[in-house]
Design a protein around this ligand. Structure first.
Ligand code: NI
Ligand code: MN
Length: 225
């Protein structure tokens, strides 16, 4: 099994299935793939901001991938001709092939591409080939990471560290202490001037404060799991 960082908050986890999260590639200065190169089975969309929704419609239409998102944003996908699975916080679903996903809270806003408000932003816990993943989406630090997310027994957590719109490195370190995951991958930094961070400093601090490993991936880089 492999995880690949495609830039900003876009991550691909490839095992028996290909899971693509927040496929913002077109217009992403850090994009490490073109939408046409990807062939996911599932596309998880944490919220409607353009730097997360991204190319989800185009990729889903071309590949037939199942889109999973919040119910309000799911209705918008339906209007684009895509039969999205619109879920809500705390809900989980197991597909016939065994892929399981659960919707987690996030402290963030959401909107549609036309600027109108659209429900809540979320994160996802998902299970693939016996491993448990957490993609936090865009969020500030919140205490329920400890109470509601950590009990799933996270193997790999993708956490924003860019600050300004999300947690910065200091709050992401607290999140890591609460989540108790085995591995962390920092995301949502250095894409834009406002999000400048030093991922190696974050890695050093995280590995000093926890027993976990911090895997820093440059856009396009992959790591075995
Ligand atoms: Ni956002
Ligand atoms: Mn964002």
């Amino acid at each position: 099994m492999q995880m690949r960082f495609l830039g900003h908050a876009c991550v691909e986890v490839c095992g028996s299935k290909r899971i693509l999260i927040d496929p913002y590639l077109t217009g992403n200065p850090a994009a490490a793939a073109a939408p046409g190169e990807l062939a996911p089975d599932y596309i998880l969309v944490t919220h409607g901001h353009g730097d997360h929704l991204g190319d989800a419609v185009e990729i889903a239409k071309r590949t037939g991938a199942q889109v999973i998102t919040m119910v309000e944003l799911g209705r918008w996908f339906d209007g684009q001709g895509i039969d999205a699975l619109g879920m809500n916080i705390g809900g989980s679903y197991i597909f016939a092939d065994g892929f399981r996903v659960k919707v987690m809270p996030a402290w963030h806003s959401s909107q549609l591409p036309d600027g109108s408000p659209c429900g809540l932003a979320v994160g996802f816990v998902f299970w693939l080939d016996g491993m448990c993943f957490y993609h936090a989406g865009d969020t500030g630090l919140f205490g329920d990471m400890k109470a509601v997310i950590a009990p799933h027994g996270i193997d790999v957590a993708f956490l924003p560290i860019g600050d300004f719109y999300t947690m910065g490195p200091d709050d992401a370190l607290i999140a890591a202490e609460w989540l108790g995951a085995r591995k962390y991958v920092p995301i949502h930094y250095n894409t834009f001037p406002l999000l400048q961070q030093d991922p190696q400093a974050f890695k050093a601090a995280l590995e000093e404060r926890t027993d976990a490993e911090c895997v820093v991936l440059a856009p396009g880089e992959a790591a075995e799991l």
